[in-house]
Design a protein around this ligand. Structure first.
Ligand code: FAD
Ligand code: SF4
Length: 520
């Protein structure tokens, strides 16, 4: 409660079951929110603020409206979440809820305004503009420290087990954790996912201890292994700070300051700072500017379930009716992809070890790192023409750090190309060779990456199917030319593989090499 005076200000928090169960969120996501909120309440009380927590089934807007009618107008910092802005719009319009600007963001609208290139926003230009304007990681002559603005090309090493990857800290089962555990197992029992309260930092001291761990154990090796994936370490050198940053438990600004003052290899220092002042801020601007892609695409009328009903066999029942004005988000389909999220994303074995391992880890932890999201989950969904909206809903449901402003651009624009090239120069798709090079998933898989693995034919089939939409893209000139050179029987096999894989996975069945399509 920076800048507020306990003598004149109080704190009102809302726990609405309607909001917490609007989608079938992972239990870890619900737990992270409740732990953060209740810890924050205790910290405010300790600082001398009077704290009121409203708890109930009703939507947040209703609970706050009733409270304000009794006690007078309230103020809130601006919401990054579009869904919250829609929900609270009537209270803001009535003057019951006043918004004050949020000082948690580092970049300005002008940094973003200048990064438009035709129909596209460029993260590189945005990042360059911010670094030039602020002098961040720049020397006295105005040149980037290390001689280059981005060390992206140094962030692509695979990991063979050395240096040893750190284990994330675990936390004591305090009274608060036991209380939240009991509550989730009773009031939120229908929510999917495993629950491991000891893995989520709650108090400010615990949040700080995760950041200390991240600085000491992760950041020295963060850069080189940023794109690596492994069965023996799910997180590798990733910091797991996103849930805390998005809940504002640890401030991005301070994290950047801390990293600047550390003695780190430049590819780690620049690589980490780029993720925060580059990607994190950039996607938030894209979401704001496009109104969550509603500027170009129609919206779904209500919150999606990301495939929950198809997988579980029963319809998701939220605790109450969604407030008026809240929709289900934009439904961009630049490539015309409209297949539903297959049950494999909910844990039905697909037979593809890369997919099954990452999905299992997500339902265990409510988290996985960036490359698993982009190059396993996003890649396979894109190759199978999965609908970007359905996939974004799945990510929103399954990940602890998911909020509309960050999950929608990452899924609907970056991972699937659903919104077209608004923020990336090409779809992020790859065959088995990439997964084999960057991970150890393929050893032990029933398929072999250079042989019968279906991911590579799926890649070629994707390029062929979407050639009309992609042929003017200069970055796809070479892959498209290679695709066209493939012999006719290979191309036919690629297309039949696509049809077969999609059908088997849509039915919730595993792919088995023995009954896989032979070539020709
Ligand atoms: C398909 C897909 C969905 C994603 N959904 C989310 C989401 O719901 N919430 C979320 O916070 N991030 C999301 N990301 C971005 C990124 O994967 C996560 O921020 C990161 O994996 C979080 O783990 P970490 O804290 O260990 O990150 P680290 O690898 O340690 O990176 C440090 C920080 O950089 C920021 N960051 C890095 N990349 C991005 C990015 N592309 N967008 C926004 N912030 C970024 C995050 O705040 C992260 O904590 C998504 C990426 C993809 C490809
Ligand atoms: S062989 Fe293919 S399906 Fe198996 S893990 Fe590797 S890329 Fe995935």
């Amino acid at each position: 409660m920076r800048g507020a005076d306990p003598g004149s200000h109080g704190v009102v928090l809302v726990e609405s079951r309607e909001w917490l169960s609007r989608r079938p969120y992972h239990r870890m996501r619900v737990a992270a929110i409740l732990l953060a909120q209740r810890s924050f309440a205790a910290e405010c009380a300790q600082e001398g603020f009077e704290v009121r927590t409203l708890q109930g089934e009703a939507p947040m807007v209703q609970q706050l409206g009733e409270f304000a009618a009794q006690h007078g107008p309230l103020a809130s910092t601006e919401w990054a979440e579009r869904e919250m802005r829609s929900e609270f719009k009537p209270l803001v319009a009535e003057g019951v809820l006043r918004t004050v600007s949020h000082d948690g963001w580092l970049t300005h609208r002008e940094d973003f305004a200048g990064c438009r290139r035709g129909k596209q926003w460029s993260m590189d230009s945005f990042y360059r503009a911010y670094r030039t304007r602020t002098g961040l990681l720049m020397d006295d002559a105005g040149e980037p420290i290390g001689g280059r603005l981005s060390f992206d090309t140094e962030n692509r090493k695979s990991w063979s087990g050395k240096p040893a990857a750190p284990e994330p800290p675990r936390y004591e089962m305090t009274a608060l954790r036991r209380e939240v555990q009991r509550e989730i197992e009773s009031r939120f029992a229908q929510h999917p996912g495993e629950l491991d309260l000891a893995a989520i930092p709650a108090s400010l001291t615990e949040c700080e201890s995760l950041w200390t761990w991240a600085k000491q154990a992760c950041l020295p090796h963060f850069g080189p292994f940023e794109d690596a994936m492994s069965l023996s370490s799910r997180g590798l050198f990733h910091t797991r700070m996103s849930p805390l940053m998005n809940l504002q438990r640890v401030e991005a600004r301070r994290m950047v300051q801390d990293v600047l003052s550390m003695d780190l290899p430049i590819e780690s220092k620049e690589g980490f700072i780029r993720q925060i002042v580059g990607w994190r801020e950039f996607v938030r601007w894209v979401h704001l500017e496009t109104d969550g892609f509603r500027d170009a695409w129609p919206s779904a009328t209500s919150a999606g379930d990301g495939g929950f009903a198809r997988w579980s066999g029963h319809v998701w029942k939220p605790a109450g009716a969604t407030p008026r004005g809240v929709d289900g988000g934009a439904r961009p389909r630049a490539l015309g992809s409209e297949a539903p999220v297959p049950p494999a994303f909910w844990g039905a074995p697909s037979g593809l070890r890369c997919l099954d391992e990452v999905v299992a880890s997500v339902w265990r932890e409510g988290w996985s790192h960036h490359i698993t999201r982009l190059m396993v989950l996003g890649n396979l969904a894109t190759l199978l023409d999965v609908d970007a909206r359905d996939l974004a809903d799945w990510f929103w449901i399954a990940y602890m750090d998911a909020w509309d402003w960050v999950v929608e651009p990452n899924v609907m624009a970056m991972a699937t190309y659903g919104a077209g090239g608004v923020m990336t120069t090409k779809p992020y798709v790859a065959g088995a060779a990439y997964i084999d090079r960057m991970s150890d998933y393929c050893s032990g898989c029933a398929f072999t990456p250079g042989g019968d693995c279906p991911v590579t034919p799926l890649y070629w089939a994707f390029l062929e199917r979407h050639e009309p939409q992609l042929k003017s893209n200069p970055r796809l000139k070479l892959p498209l030319a290679s695709m066209r050179k493939r012999p006719a029987e290979r191309r036919d096999h690629d297309q039949r593989t696509f049809v077969h894989v999609r059908e088997v996975l849509a039915n919730g069945k595993p792919l088995v090499p023995a009954n896989f399509l032979p070539l020709g």
